[in-house]
Write a protein that binds this ligand. Structure first.
Ligand SMILES: [Mg+2]
Length: 230
């Protein structure tokens, strides 16, 4: 059957509570690679792309952005360190209903699943692996595609259209203001979920196309997502 719907999921605090593993890895790797105390305390990670986050830290710490070569050194070590940090996450880090929701979408003939995450692709894969979620995502847009979330989201949408056709109906699903802004900038629908750090009232006030407190009631979530795209 021709694919009609594409569901593009953010990762941290949308699928898995894995943001702290990324933060621990950033902190350790900064000190190893740049031989200075890490500057990440108080730097917001929510909704940011990986390169955006380290550049904000670099500007705070050194007054200038990192060079390309420094970015490459940082992330080549990051992908080595990250799995050991993800292994420290508690067992309940996989958010409620996520596994069932992804299984239900992936079993539909009319739907595509993709990632839409500020993590570099290797980082996203490392965060999903222990929870058995990589099998659901053949493609995505990643922090390794672009620094700006809007542009990263455009890559995810383009890849969905390459697979499903130009008339495929796309919805971005995330937990932050940035997910919504990036979806809107690309002219696609957006569903927000209140499992992240941003207060639910703040998210609802942005008037996303859909809002869910969580995916625990995944059957209702799926019905509403499909209805919204029809
Ligand atoms: Mg997130």
């Amino acid at each position: 059957m021709k694919k009609r719907y594409a569901f593009l999921f953010d990762l941290d605090s949308t699928l898995v509570n894995s943001g702290s593993a990324g933060r621990w890895a950033f902190e350790q790797v900064w000190e190893e690679v740049f031989l200075r105390p890490h500057p990440f305390t108080g730097i917001p990670f929510t909704g940011g792309t990986d390169i955006e986050i380290i550049q904000a830290a670099a500007v705070r710490d050194m007054g200038v952005k990192l060079e390309q070569e420094q970015i490459e050194r940082f992330f080549s070590r990051y992908v080595e360190v990250l799995p050991s940090k993800v292994a420290l996450l508690p067992d309940n880090s996989l958010l409620p209903g996520v596994m069932q929701l992804l299984q239900a979408i992936s079993s539909r003939d009319d739907s595509l699943l993709g990632l839409c995450t500020g993590n570099i692709e290797a980082g996203a894969r490392a965060k999903l692996a222990p929870f058995g979620l990589n099998r659901f995502f053949e493609f995505g847009g990643y922090g390794s595609d672009a620094v700006a979330r809007e542009e990263m989201t455009a890559h995810a949408i383009r890849r969905a259209r390459e697979r499903g056709g130009d008339d495929i109906r796309v919805i971005v699903i995330g937990d932050s203001i940035r997910d919504l802004e990036a979806a809107r900038a690309n002219g696609v629908k957006v569903a927000l979920v209140g499992t992240g750090k941003t207060n639910a009232d703040i998210l609802k006030a942005l008037k996303p196309d859909l809002f869910f407190d969580s995916f625990a009631d995944w059957e209702t979530v799926l019905i509403k997502l499909i209805e919204e795209l029809q």
